[in-house]
Design a protein around this ligand. Structure first.
Ligand code: DQA
Length: 148
């Protein structure tokens, strides 16, 4: 069975109780269920880490396996050049990384207006809450060449 990696960075394990006015009240476990119910024949491999090195290893795993990635890198989005290099390593080898954000960073503090990964990501969806992850997944499922 092919799989899609749904990778979540720092503080996203606290979804449900973390600033629900900004991020909504759904948890990552609920997100996993929602995505799996959309995916049918494709396995949703949803992970979260507060350890940047672990996220880098997961992206390397995608570079090796070809599994497409839906990535919410949290605050690392705004300043981690190591993360940018890892995303580029996947996409420049023909893989897919869709950057997602629950909130719309451009409508928030100025430091959130910069993403160091957008330029090397396949695409970006922001501001639509869990719907953004669902739309990213729909894109992947509708484009079978993306699943390798
Ligand atoms: C976020 C936006 C980031 O600025 C923030 O640091 C997060 C979550 C989002 O999903 O809206 O942790 O990526």
């Amino acid at each position: 069975m092919s799989s899609v990696l749904v990778l979540n960075g720092p503080n996203l394990g606290r979804l449900g109780t973390r600033e629900p006015d900004v991020y909504g009240s759904g948890t990552l476990a609920e997100l996993r269920e929602l995505l799996q119910s959309d995916a049918a024949e494709t396995a949703i491999d949803l992970r979260q880490t507060d350890d940047e090195a672990e996220l880098l290893r997961w992206l390397h795993e995608s570079a090796d396996s070809g599994a497409p990635v839906i990535l919410n890198a949290g605050a690392w989005t705004h300043y981690s050049f190591a993360l940018r290099d890892a995303v580029a390593l996947v996409t420049k080898a023909g893989g897919t990384v869709i950057e997602v954000h629950l909130s719309n960073p451009h409508a928030r503090e100025e430091f959130r207006h910069t993403s160091v990964i957008t330029a090397v990501a396949t695409g970006v969806i922001a501001g639509l809450g869990f719907e953004g992850y669902r739309l990213a997944l729909a894109y992947i499922l509708r484009n079978p060449s993306v699943i390798r």
